[in-house]
Design a protein around this ligand. Structure first.
Ligand SMILES: [Ca+2]
Length: 243
């Protein structure tokens, strides 16, 4: 009898502990990329970044973040070099997503037209090294017409970690392009932007401003404080296309 009482007590205790643990489970908000591979997520939207190789790649992380509203940050577990062998990274359609590194993550565009395309609101790309996209089209980061309040800062755009020379580290056609009249308020600051065949920053918006905030910010883009942002580009530093 005493033994039964003990088992019942233990069972109650286990249910109590389970209740405490399960009550603390919250939706995932951070994805950690742990692989420099380029495979996609096997099941976007299930809250877990996982490729067929049981890894989490940047491509899979973006797919998962696009499909899961609670995810707001993608980070990396170590320095790494990612080569895009499966095409440009997926359009960032999520809102409030920050993709951040601390200067040791390289993304080799492998001659794709773009590495990143931002299409959501309040997205951030920071601390990355991007290079080696096509020399006759596209941009390392393209901010498309549906993007709003994008933040692009602390990146090396056109060189790898070691700041390789332009001849050995191709910046591609454009560093950052802001396309279409719809892109609203793009903040580009404290980036090193160099070695692009066309332009460091290319503004295609009908309402674009450099270094100041327009009185009406509804359709304006702000570009400021770039370190050596535009000096090394061979054709044009900044192009502003009027309406
Ligand atoms: Ca998944």
């Amino acid at each position: 009898m005493k033994h039964r009482y003990y088992i019942a007590l233990c069972t109650l205790f286990l249910f109590f502990v389970y209740g405490l643990v399960s009550a603390e489970i919250t939706p995932q908000t951070l994805i950690i990329v742990d692989s420099n591979g380029d495979g996609g997520d096997t099941t976007p939207g299930n809250g877990v970044c996982k490729t067929a190789a049981n890894t989490c790649t940047l491509r899979a992380a973006i797919q998962e973040a696009n499909a899961t509203a609670t995810i707001d940050q993608i980070a990396f577990n170590s320095n790494m070099t990612i080569v895009l062998t499966a095409g440009a990274l997926p359009l960032i359609s999520a809102d409030d997503l920050a993709i951040t590194a601390l200067g040791g993550v390289n993304i080799n565009g492998n001659d794709q037209a773009n590495i990143f395309t931002i299409g959501g609101g309040r997205n951030t790309i920071a601390g990355l090294n991007l290079y080696n996209t096509a020399t006759n089209t596209g941009a390392l980061i393209h901010v498309n017409a549906t993007a709003q309040d994008s933040q692009i800062f602390g990146n090396r755009l056109g060189t790898a970690t070691d700041g390789a020379t332009c001849s050995s580290c191709n910046g591609g056609y454009i560093g950052v392009s802001i396309g279409g009249a719809g892109a609203v308020r793009t903040y580009i600051y404290n980036n090193l932007i160099r070695c692009h065949a066309f332009a460091g920053i290319n503004l295609q918006s009908n309402s674009a401003f450099i270094g100041l905030t327009p009185a009406s910010a509804a359709a304006g883009n702000v570009i400021q404080d770039n370190q050596d942002a535009i000096s090394a580009n061979t054709i044009s530093s900044v192009t502003i296309r009027q309406r």
